[in-house]
Design a protein around this ligand. Structure first.
Ligand code: SF4
Length: 108
C-alpha cells in the first residue's frame, strides 16, 4: 500500500511544480510581447514622448527640465541599468531609459 503512494506523490509534486512555473512563463511571454512605444502614435504624440531626451528643444518644451528621463521617473518599471522598460503610462509597451514625456515625475 505504501508503495502506491510514491507514484501519487511524484505525480502531485510534478503537477505542483508545473503550476508554479505557469506565472513565470506567462511573464516571460508578456515581456517578449512588449514593443517599443511608437513616438508617432497618438498617445505618444499627445504626451510628447521622445525616445532620446537629449534631443529635446528645452526652449520649445517648457515642461521639460534638463536631465529628466524615463529611468528616473516614478512610472519607470525597470532597473536603473535597463536600456528600456515598461512604463505605467504606456502600459504593455517599452520606453527608453533616455526617453521622456510630459507626465514625467521624478522618483523620490
Ligand atoms: S511617464 Fe515617465 S517613464 Fe513613462 S514615458 Fe513618461 S517620462 Fe518616461
Amino acid at each position: 500500500m505504501s508503495q502506491s503512494l510514491y507514484p501519487r506523490r511524484a505525480v502531485l509534486k510534478g503537477a505542483l511544480t508545473g503550476l508554479a512555473a505557469i506565472p513565470v512563463v506567462a511573464l516571460i511571454g508578456e515581456a517578449q510581447a512588449a514593443t517599443k512605444v511608437d513616438p508617432t502614435g497618438a498617445q505618444a504624440k499627445a504626451l510628447g514622448y521622445v525616445a532620446d531626451s537629449s534631443k529635446i528643444d528645452a526652449a520649445a518644451t517648457p515642461s521639460y527640465k534638463a536631465g529628466s528621463k524615463c529611468v528616473s521617473c516614478v512610472q519607470w518599471q525597470g532597473k536603473p541599468t535597463d536600456a528600456e522598460a515598461g512604463c505605467m503610462i504606456f502600459a504593455g509597451n517599452l520606453v527608453a531609459a533616455n526617453g521622456w514625456c510630459k507626465v514625467y515625475a521624478k522618483k523620490a
